[in-house]
Design a protein around this ligand. Structure first.
Ligand code: DHB
Ligand code: MG
Length: 214
């Protein structure tokens, strides 16, 4: 019997031990009828590693969903470090918080509910600064979120963004809606903005990694 080759992603994922805490998040998202669009597992591991590598004490996430990326970020925090997670929907934040508590990370996270642009304004007024940002919310605001992240960044901070490729829309010249146009603008900024040193990864649905220059 012939077997179909695995995708590169499926093959590489298969090498890792199952992660019970993250599986629990995906189950909770399914049970609650929420969109099953958590970050890809390989990028989740990268979030943890990058958070650890920059010795992040203050991390800001835009878009909590069910807490999958929140767990990955909180796992990488330095001792005493904190994650601020911005989420539009109270019920999503409640489920995300439950999942972080179940993973023993509940006291490391603060959720702020409502429009992320309002929360970003408030964080700025409070003088808050962050070592690492993860942008994974409404795609039409990615360029705005990038500007806010640069403003709230400590020198050398990392800014990460999910879904650069929008499941093929970004590279399709027939697509010209607002979200895809803003995503192209975001990607160009990561590649070319002189304030940033950027990397754009094409695996899964695409991930941006930008370092804010000192
Ligand atoms: C989709 C995936 C995401 O990771 C996201 O943040 C938003 C939408 C999607 O596949 O539709
Ligand atoms: Mg995403």
């Amino acid at each position: 019997m012939t077997e179909m080759p695995l995708s590169a992603e499926a093959y590489l994922e298969g090498l890792f031990e199952p992660d019970a805490e993250l599986e629990r998040v995906k189950e909770g998202i399914r049970e609650n009828g929420m969109p099953e669009i958590s970050i890809a597992p390989g990028y989740g591991r990268l979030l943890t590693m990058l958070t650890r590598l920059v010795r992040a004490e203050q991390v800001l996430e835009i878009g909590a969903l069910g807490g999958y990326s929140g767990i990955c970020l909180a796992r990488g925090l330095s001792a005493g470090g904190k994650l601020v997670s911005l989420e539009l929907k109270q019920e999503y934040a409640d489920l995300a918080h439950k999942h972080l508590r179940e993973a023993g990370l509940g006291d490391k996270v603060e959720y702020r509910i409502g429009e992320a642009l309002d929360s970003l304004e408030a964080l700025s007024a409070e003088g808050r600064r962050f070592d690492l940002f993860f942008i994974d919310a409404d795609k039409g605001n990615y360029p705005n979120y990038l500007e806010w992240a640069i403003r709230l960044a400590r020198p050398g901070a990392l800014i990460l963004g999910d879904n650069l490729l929008m499941r093929g829309k970004t590279t399709d010249p027939e697509q010209s809606g607002n979200a895809v146009t803003k995503m192209r603008q975001f990607n160009e900024s990561v590649a070319r903005d002189p304030r940033l040193e950027g990397v754009l990864l094409p695996a899964y649905d695409g991930l941006a990694i930008a370092r804010v220059r000192e």
